[in-house]
Design a protein around this ligand. Sequence first.
Ligand SMILES: Nc1ncnc2c1ncn2[C@@H]1O[C@H](COP(=O)(O)OP(=O)(O)O)[C@@H](O)[C@H]1O
Ligand SMILES: [Mg+2]
Length: 318
Amino acid sequence: MTAVAVEFKNVCKHFPEAEVNAVSHVSLKINQGEFITILGTSGSGKTTLMKMVNRLHDITSGDIFFFGENINSLPVVEYRRKIGYVVQQGGLFPHMTVAENIAVVPHILKWDKEKIDARVDELLEMVGLKKELYKDRYPRQLSGGQQQRIGIARAMASDPAVMLMDEPFGAIDAITRENLQDELLRIQKALHKTILFVTHDISEAFKLGDRVIVMHEGKVQQFDTPDRIMLHPANDFVAKFVSADDVMKKLQVLKVHTIMDGLSIKTSNQLAVAHVDDTLETLLKLFMTSSTQTVLVKDDKDKIVGEVSWHRLSAIAS
Ligand SMILES: Nc1ncnc2c1ncn2[C@@H]1O[C@H](COP(=O)(O)OP(=O)(O)O)[C@@H](O)[C@H]1O
Ligand SMILES: [Mg+2]
């Protein structure tokens, strides 16, 4: 059984002088190793929710548990070290080099120099930056995307169990952003971190999240897988917000595995092959360019695991 990494039990946050709760009666469980995205309009309470996990904000009522322990019963400094935190602008220290920035926490933990150096090299490689080129640079000598990579490396330095990421790619251009998303997915697949990732970008939330928390006015509107949210929105707000009746959106968000059938035909190397995690939009293009009636579907290990017929795909559009 997988452990529950973070549990919210009836959590509310009320800021003094505010008319309504910033976060209202949130109860949910996040399993170890899950990639959770938190999606919502501006002011819906996403950042407040994350800051309570990190104890940067006190909880007004209710409880948050971290691997079964009430976070308010844990020594705050030690507790925070088990959590990596990445914010929009990277939050790098401008007067420190890349290597020094990444080593902030290991330094506090008094690791010896060799161990720190080795860890910095390892993390730079993990986020796809050549150590000899970047180690000694200052943040101002990096592009926005590179700064975010360093921000991620720094947050991962002490190998935290849980990563909190608050709109980390919010200020990044579309192409770099896609690359960063792919890198983060790759890292998460390799390291099985539990990630809470805030975004107001629907495609980003659906691409990255195993499950998505949709927030509005401090309340969780729906907490479910991307395809369940798209196909069965819990209420009108969710339906409107994710444009669940928009065919193009559906094609962009839904993955091949959600409409895949078991293999009924003999595999032939003449048939086009899609990946289980490709979007239906990619699948549609494949149908168009291969002029076939059926596309085979492979998994991560290149094993053919199913098929999708043209008929099945076109049913999504109606
Ligand atoms: N430190 C604070 N003091 C008072 N009100 C705050 C504070 N931080 C956030 N709020 C309010 O709480 C609500 C939720 O804010 P926030 O969690 O930042 O939303 P989001 O991250 O979804 O944009 C907003 O109405 C915001 O104005
Ligand atoms: Mg925010």
